[in-house]
Design a protein around this ligand. Structure first.
Ligand code: 13P
Ligand code: SF4
Length: 307
């Protein structure tokens, strides 16, 4: 964390948050100073539920665009703010409405399952949404013979197909941050730390997932490490999670599977931007009502199937 300037900024942020009754929801990949001042920190699914249950009418989402959009879609009567509208997710930006409509035209009976890492307009043409924490549960509830198109993460899609033993058509996008883990380096780390459990996000390459003791969402990784008897872990997801892992487990050691596990978009949200966002109640996330209403169907269906 920074020095005196940051400390004063944090005090100002906490004052503005209180005076304007703003609920701050952050993702585990946020800078630690942002996680520390948030009212709620969670994975994508927990963030969506936290937005729905927000005790205040103004929500600031410290996360990438699809996270803020999800809150705006689920909470039409609330004001949703993003401190950095340019904080995008390259995986989510890689799929378009046309990609889905082309597939649907070819296979009109198919079910389109969209990962939450998608723009709202893509959710609006999908049948059901999911996150990494509930994707398997949701897919298991779909008819066995249904033709499923999973978008946009090819690695999460193929991981789910293998885990559930069913064919799933997948789109071809992926996460550049999780792609930084190399099999060679992970094998070296496993050799160097033979007692370490390997915990990875399903956005990783299949050869990385194959070497893991646990595969799950950011919250899943945190829960696994917290409940485990093991004292040392190799972590295959973005570095921001080390803050919550360390807070929950001060007696355990966490080693990142790659030094490049940094999502620049997540890290583009800073204390200064949060301060500005609260001060001017900017930038408001607005999803056109026609798209919002349709995207809400896919998201509400996710919540129904996941619970
Ligand atoms: P989680 O839902 O597991 O937090 O993942 C979000 C994400 O963007 C992973 O890269
Ligand atoms: Fe998107 Fe990857 Fe960043 Fe997650 S870590 S927000 S999938 S770019």
């Amino acid at each position: 964390m920074g020095g005196l300037r940051d400390e004063l900024l944090i005090q100002d942020i906490l004052r503005l948050k209180r005076d304007k009754s703003v609920y701050i929801i952050a993702h585990y990949y946020q800078r630690e100073e942002i996680q520390a001042l948030a009212d709620f920190v969670g994975d994508s699914y927990a963030m969506a539920i936290a937005a729905k249950n927000s005790p205040h009418d103004i929500i600031l989402v410290a996360g990438v665009d699809f996270m803020a959009e999800t809150a705006a879609v689920l909470c039409p009567d609330k004001i949703v703010l993003t401190p950095e509208p340019e904080a995008t997710c390259p995986m989510a930006s890689n799929i378009s409405v046309n990609d889905v409509l082309c597939y649907k035209k070819k296979y009109p009976e198919s079910i389109v399952v969209c990962y939450v890492n998608t723009p709202a307009e893509v959710k609006a043409v999908s049948d059901i949404c999911c996150t990494s924490s509930n994707a398997a549960k949701i897919l298991q509830k779909l008819p066995d013979n249904a033709k499923v198109f999973f978008i946009p993460d090819q690695y999460l899609g193929s991981y789910l197909a293998g885990k559930l033993g069913r064919h799933i058509d997948v789109f071809s996008a992926s996460c550049p941050t999780h792609a930084s883990i190399s099999e060679e380096h992970l094998l070296q780390l496993k050799e160097q730390f033979p007692d370490a459990k390997v915990l990875v996000h399903p956005e990783c390459y299949p050869e990385i997932v194959a070497l893991a003791d646990y595969v799950g969402s950011t919250k899943g990784i945190l829960d696994y490490a917290t409940q485990s008897e093991s004292k040392i872990f190799i972590i295959g997801t973005e570095c921001g999670i080390l803050y919550s892992l360390g807070n929950n487990n001060p007696d355990k050691t966490f080693i990142l599977a790659s030094e490049e596990l940094i999502c620049p978009n997540m890290k583009s949200i800073t204390l200064d931007k949060v301060f500005y966002s609260l001060q001017y109640l900017q930038t408001r996330v607005v999803v056109p009502e026609e798209i919002r209403a349709k995207a809400a169907i896919a998201l509400e269906r996710m919540i129904e199937y996941a619970s």
